[in-house]
Design a protein around this ligand. Structure first.
Ligand SMILES: [Zn+2]
Length: 48
């Protein structure tokens, strides 16, 4: 049985700058741990 549910996919977003997985700091605030790029609700229209 597959029980590897430790990474919820709905909380993972790929950085548009470098392609790394971004950390979901808040509901509308993502920060890339690799290049530092940040996204918020204002960017949602083109990214999400
Ligand atoms: Zn990045």
């Amino acid at each position: 049985m597959a029980t590897n549910n430790r990474v919820p996919k709905e909380d993972r977003f790929l950085c548009p700058g470098c392609g790394s997985v971004m950390a979901n700091m808040q509901e509308c605030h993502l920060v890339c741990g690799n290049c530092g790029l940040q996204l918020d609700c204002n960017d949602k229209g083109w990214f999400w």
